[in-house]
Design a protein around this ligand. Structure first.
Ligand code: CP
Length: 311
């Protein structure tokens, strides 16, 4: 069963292939209709502008159909278990894409009961398909990821955890995460990334915004309160002082060719300045487009298991 719950469950070759296929899928002539006759269930318990639309359009453009479920639509709201829901859905659907409020363990329980692939469209601590889109954007732009360097600035959230894992799967790609103290990657994510990268020094995290790397190829920002979830302490914003990506920061860490990424939604003026988000080096709209091509690559692989065509 080809579930996509965490990138840490996939091997390096599969992650690399999904990135390559997501780049491929940007060309409508390279897509085909691998999902013809298939029905993809899409359950979102939280708001989404990109991921839900990306999976829906991906399934439709690959020839499939979609069923949508919102937070109040299933009998889980009246006490039916997710495992029983998965057993039932396995008779109707060919894959189930899920965005939940819950931990990865909840998705694992669902996947265990399921006879169809379950795809994580953002759980509490990981956003695997976001990272496929992120690296497909850079791979498309630079041609090759080897030797490239990414600076991630902001909360060590689910996008950061997935990005770190995806980077660990790509030989020669470097990632520095600069996160506010107390808002970094969870220890479990750090341990998992270390294990996945087999001790590689190419992925580093620290909390000193005054100590940014030089010569980076991409700067990646993120919303400071992921999914709009409020931080518990009232003075959390103080910890993010200096973490906004500005034109000055872009100049200080890179050059004219340095690009800007953001998983979106952005809080303009807080996590990034308009002139960076809307600037020449910004790839954020292309990155959002690649949410759809990454969804295509993931659906094709999970449902069909078709080997990725060589480029
Ligand atoms: N980046 C992302 O997951 O966007 P949505 O929350 O709009 O899906």
């Amino acid at each position: 069963m080809r579930h996509v719950l965490s990138l840490q469950d996939l091997d390096q070759q599969t992650i690399g292939s999904l990135i390559e296929r997501a780049v491929d899928m940007a060309d409508p002539n390279r897509r085909g209709t691998p999902l013809a006759g298939r029905v993809i269930g899409i359950y979102f318990s939280k708001a989404s502008t990109r991921t839900r639309s990306a999976f829906s359009t991906a399934a439709l453009r690959l020839g499939g159909d979609v069923m949508h479920y919102g937070p109040d639509d299933l009998q889980v709201t009246t006490g039916e278990t997710w495992a029983d829901t998965a057993r039932v859905m396995s008779g109707y659907l060919d894959a189930l894409v899920m965005r939940t409020n819950g931990p990865l363990a909840q998705l694992r329980e669902i996947a265990e009961a399921s006879r169809i692939p379950v795809i994580n469209a953002l759980s509490e601590h990981e956003h695997p398909t976001q990272a496929i889109a992120d690296l497909a954007t850079l791979r498309e732009h630079f041609g090759d990821l080897k030797g490239r360097s990414i600076l991630y600035v902001g909360e060590g959230n689910s996008s950061a955890a997935a990005l770190a894992t995806a980077v660990a799967a790509v030989p020669g790609l470097r990632l520095t995460l600069v996160t506010p103290r107390g808002y970094g990657l969870r220890p479990q994510a750090i341990d998992a990334v270390k294990q996945f990268s087999q001790g590689s020094e190419l992925i580093q995290e620290h909390h000193d915004i005054g100590d940014l790397p030089q010569g980076v190829d991409a700067v990646y920002a993120t919303r400071w309160q992921t999914m709009g979830v409020q931080h518990m302490n009232d003075d959390w914003l103080a910890a993010f002082d200096g973490f906004k990506v500005t034109r000055e920061m872009m100049r200080s860490v890179g050059g004219a060719e340095t690009v800007f990424l953001h998983d979106l939604p952005a809080v303009r003026g807080q996590d990034v300045d308009d002139e960076v988000l809307d600037g020449q080096g910004s790839l954020v709209w292309r990155q959002a487009f690649h949410k759809m091509t990454s969804a295509m690559a993931v659906l094709e692989w999970a449902v069909i298991g078709r080997p990725v065509e060589p480029r």
